[in-house]
Structures are given as structure tokens and as C-alpha cells.
Design a protein around this ligand. Structure first.
Ligand code: NAP
Length: 263
């Protein structure tokens, strides 16, 4: 199957580590022109070097705090100037803090809204003119398995990621006539810094060791292991490829079978 992504311009948000970095690596391996973005220039420099190692095409990178609309505008303009018109956007973000309803006041809710929902709206708004002009575009919004089954102690994440699903479905209707396909993907438990932090938070909350928490998590995953971030990257690449011509408005989980609800 040909991905048709060679030389296509791809923007991957929140990509200096974990899932975003792995998604970037998979696009690079398809020959795409990739721009990686997150807050830390230093982390990005290292990540871009790593995902481009031994490849002819090298990922570019630019520091961008996705909670700042001006930085998003600047990032999109720079990407188009340096790489060409953007054809693919992968929205991703850092995770909001763990906690239950009593843990958060308005400020934390506002911050999570801006990080995990509004940033997606803003990047989509900026890239759409390029996609509409090409009559071709692919957008993937990365969320969490919590959009199907809420996760204990993660009320901010559980709430705002469902907003992303509503956004994705609605935009799939509005953008189809421009040949722009938009889908959401959600990870179950992939081996990244974020998951290690969450295991630690849950261990503290429940007076358990991190190893005990990880053991309980693993027992809930039919495939019996945490995912490798590159497995997630390949899902994003397929949905954004020329091989995907008819899937839009969907939410697809990569979770090793962990989520038991029927959509
Ligand atoms: P991670 O390894 O902690 O990576 C998070 C990325 O987000 C980093 O590259 C970080 O880079 C960037 N970031 C954070 N805040 C940002 C901001 N304001 N502006 C720009 N970039 C920002 O986490 P991950 O495991 O890859 O997870 C990615 C997302 O998926 C998170 O929202 C997480 O909650 C969600 N998720 C992950 C899993 C999983 O299994 N790993 C499961 C469910 C949901 P800088 O520090 O350089 O900004």
C-alpha cells in the first residue's frame, strides 16, 4: 500500500517526546516533509535529530506553546514558508494534571480547555486555507481511550477530549466537500513519560507502589503489554495517507483491546 506522503508537508504538534515524536518518525519514514513543534527547543532539537537519523529527509522543528494563538499562527506560517503548503495536521498536546472534581478550580479548567481543546481549534483554523486551496487535506486529532471509557482521577482529560470528538465529527461534515478528511485517534496505554507520571500519581493516591499500579494496568490489557509509540504513529500515518480515501469523522482507539465498551 502506497502512503503517497512523499514530499507532503506534515505538521505534528506536541512532538518533542512520546506519541508526537513517534508519529513524526513514522511520517519521516514515509518521505514526508515534517515540522515538529512543542515548547522546548532543546527537546525538539534532540527529537528531530533522533527521528531523522539515517534518513535523507530531515524533520524541521520550531518552538511553539500551543496555548498561545500567536505562536500557532507563527508556526503555521513558518512551516508553509520553509516546507510548502501544509497537507497534513496532527493535533496533539501535553496531558492536563491528574485529579478528581474537588482538585480543580476555574483556573485549572480554563488551562485544560486551552491546552486540550482550544489549541486544536486554533491549529485547524490556521491550516485549513492551505488544505482548501489544494482540495486535499488530512487531519488527525489525538485524544485518549477516555473518550470511550472515562479514566479514574483524570476529570480534566475525560471532559475536554470529548469536546475534540464533537469537533472532529462536526468538521468531517463541513470539510468533506473540500476533500479534507478528519479523524480522531486515542491511545490506551503507551510507554511514554506521561504514562509513567500517571502511574506514579495513581500509586500515591491509592497508597500503592508504581509497580503494583503498572501490574493492575497490564492485567486490563488483553494484549498484555503497554503499546510502543511507533504502533500509534503508524495509525496516524495511515489515516493521513492517500491510502485513506473514505474514512472521516471516526474515532479509532489503539489500546491493545483495553476498552471494553462497544462504540
Ligand atoms: P509526553 O511524552 O509527556 O509528551 C507530551 C508532549 O506535549 C511533549 O512533546 C511536550 O513537549 C508537549 N507539550 C506539552 N505542553 C505543551 C504546550 N503547551 N505546547 C506545546 N507542546 C506541549 O506525553 P504522551 O504520552 O506522548 O502523550 C501525548 C498526549 O496523549 C497527552 O495529552 C496524553 O495525556 C495523551 N495520552 C497519552 C496516553 C499514552 O498512553 N501515552 C494515553 C492517553 C492519553 P514540550 O515539553 O517540549 O512542550
Amino acid at each position: 500500500m502506497e502512503s503517497g506522503l512523499k514530499k507532503r508537508v506534515v505538521l505534528v504538534m506536541a512532538s518533542s517526546s512520546g506519541l508526537g515524536k513517534a508519529i513524526s518518525r513514522q511520517f519521516i519514514s514515509e518521505g514526508a516533509r515534517v515540522m515538529m513543534a512543542s515548547r522546548s527547543w532543546k527537546k525538539l532539537e534532540k527529537a528531530a535529530e533522533e527521528v531523522s537519523r539515517d534518513m535523507k529527509n530531515k524533520a524541521l522543528y520550531k518552538a511553539c506553546d500551543i496555548t498561545d494563538p500567536n505562536q500557532i499562527k507563527d508556526l503555521v506560517a513558518t512551516t508553509a514558508n520553509e516546507l510548502g503548503p501544509i497537507s497534513v495536521l496532527v493535533n496533539n498536546a501535553g496531558g492536563p494534571p491528574a485529579g478528581s472534581f474537588d482538585s480543580f478550580g476555574d483556573e485549572a479548567w480554563q488551562k485544560a480547555f486551552e491546552l486540550n481543546l482550544l489549541s486544536y481549534v486554533r491549529t485547524i483554523r490556521e491550516v485549513l486555507p492551505f488544505m482548501k486551496k489544494q482540495s486535499w487535506g488530512r487531519i488527525v486529532n489525538s485524544t485518549s481511550s477516555s473518550v470511550r471509557q472515562v479514566i479514574e482521577n483524570l476529570i480534566l482529560s475525560n471532559t475536554f477530549r470529548l469536546g475534540v470528538i464533537g469537533l472532529t465529527k462536526t468538521l468531517s461534515q463541513e470539510l468533506a466537500s473540500h476533500n479534507i478528511l478528519i479523524n480522531a485517534i486515542g491511545p490506551g496505554r503507551f510507554d511514554t513519560d506521561r504514562i509513567r507520571q500517571l502511574d506514579k500519581a495513581l500509586a500515591e493516591k491509592n497508597n500503592l507502589s508504581v509497580e503494583e499500579v503498572a501490574k493492575i494496568s497490564l492485567s486490563r490489557i488483553p494484549l498484555g503489554r503497554y503499546g510502543d509509540p511507533d504502533e500509534y504513529g503508524r495509525l496516524a500515518v495511515f489515516l493521513c495517507s492517500e491510502a485513506n480515501t473514505y474514512i472521516t469523522g471516526q474515532t479509532i482507539l489503539a489500546d491493545g483491546g483495553m476498552t471494553k465498551v462497544v462504540p
